[in-house]
Design a protein around this ligand. Structure first.
Ligand code: NAD
Length: 353
């Protein structure tokens, strides 16, 4: 198959892990007889430095002409001044909103080889395999707000429409159908009107998916259940802010932020794929970055935007094999375990594909 992939490395360790991912995808293309064209664009801090904008129009145009976007991460101390007129993170929000990427998929799973290094008891972490589906373009991050000023009063508004909840609930129910057929919807329906609409709508959408078991949790309870019974969850659907917080909480289950991939999707096959981690300025440029979150994001791109399930699984299996063989980057190396560089870990995955 022929596909054009927009590549936006961004800042910090972004270019380091993105470079390894395009290399891996080229290897997949050669092995399976595909033709992937990579077109590179600017986003984030480097885009501000070179053009003055975190998401230059040329980058938007390049993404519009592509089948999917592969992104590293944006931001860093150089652009961290909160009073600056433009921030790198704005580029990411604009990109998600421009393309209407309303469903953010974040899988979190534990690897048998790593459970002993995680901060939770190993017996709690056995068989954890959760897919978070977070609403991404509405809710409190996009509601009416009192812009920052020097006053003593400010507000943000959490609002949802029935359509917005329906579309993300449909993605979550369909995902559950393809997995273990359990969906947990997280809200705060006991206090917030927008969350009562959320729960009502999810219950209505459930009527079309009677093979899926539906559970509701209030967000405060969900934070505890995630740590006390993580293995019992299959798919979790939540609004923008609650999904953001809970999926970050769940990232500790996997042992390192560097392990986690994400996909941001809309109703057609177009999507944005990026690791969950940021630009890790503390380790940038040292060859220490864990490329797994980036690699698994590339696998999601193959699966959701290009429909190449076998190729996606080949990457996932190669990552599993490399970990089982004892290969570790520094962030996941336990006491006494030798860590390998980003490049060596990537080569080990590539050779196993
Ligand atoms: P971070 O994810 O960059 O780093 C948190 C910690 O995890 C650091 O100690 C880092 O070294 C480690 N880490 C992260 N990814 C890793 C990897 N692949 N391999 C090994 N270790 C890894 O979060 P932060 O430090 O809070 O933020 C740093 C910058 O990144 C900030 O400017 C922030 O705004 C930005 N950020 C961007 C995104 C994004 O682009 N999606 C997400 C989060 C943070």
């Amino acid at each position: 198959m022929k596909a054009t992939i927009a590549v936006l490395p961004g800042d910090g360790i972004g270019p380091e892990v993105v470079g390894q991912a395009t290399d891996l995808l080229s290897h997949i293309a050669a092995k399976y007889g595909h033709d992937f064209e990579f077109v590179e664009g600017l986003i984030g801090g480097i885009a501000i430095d070179e053009t003055g904008a975190p998401l230059p129009p040329a980058t938007v145009a390049l993404c519009e002409a592509s089948d999917a976007i592969l992104l590293g991460a944006v931001g860093g101390p150089k652009w961290a001044d909160p009073t600056a007129s433009v921030q790198p993170e704005r580029g990411l929000l604009e990109l998600r909103q421009h393309f209407g990427l309303f469903a953010n998929l974040r899988p979190v799973k534990t690897y048998p080889a790593l459970v002993d290094h995680a901060p939770l008891r190993a017996d709690l972490l056995r068989d954890v395999d959760i897919l978070f589906v977070r609403e991404l373009v509405s809710g409190i991050y996009f509601g009416a707000r009192q812009e920052q000023g020097d006053g003593d009063d400010s507000y943000d508004t959490m609002r949802y429409s029935r359509d917005e909840v329906e579309q993300v609930a449909n993605v979550a129910f369909r995902a559950a159908q393809g997995r273990r057929k359990k969906l947990c919807s997280v809200d705060k329906a006991n206090v917030l009107a927008s969350m009562r609409l959320w729960r009502r709508t999810v219950v209505e959408v459930h009527e079309e998916y009677d093979d899926v078991e539906l559970e509701h949790l209030l967000v405060d309870a969900a934070t505890m259940h995630l740590l006390t019974r993580p293995g019992s969850f299959d798919v979790i659907v939540a609004g923008n802010m609650f999904g953001d917080i809970l999926s970050d909480e769940a990232s500790v289950l996997a042992g390192s932020l560097g392990m986690l991939p994400s996909a941001s999707l809309r109703a057609d096959s177009f999507g944005l794929y990026e690791p969950v981690h940021g630009t890790a300025p503390d380790i940038a440029g040292q060859g220490l970055a864990n490329p797994i979150g980036m690699f698994l994001s590339a696998a999601m791109l193959l699966r959701y935007s290009l429909g190449l399930e076998g190729e996606a699984r080949a990457i996932e299996a190669a990552v599993d094999d490399a970990l089982a063989a004892g290969l570790r980057t520094a962030d996941i190396a336990g006491a006494g375990e030798k860590a390998v560089s980003t490049r060596d870990f990537a080569a080990a995955v590539k050779s196993r594909v």
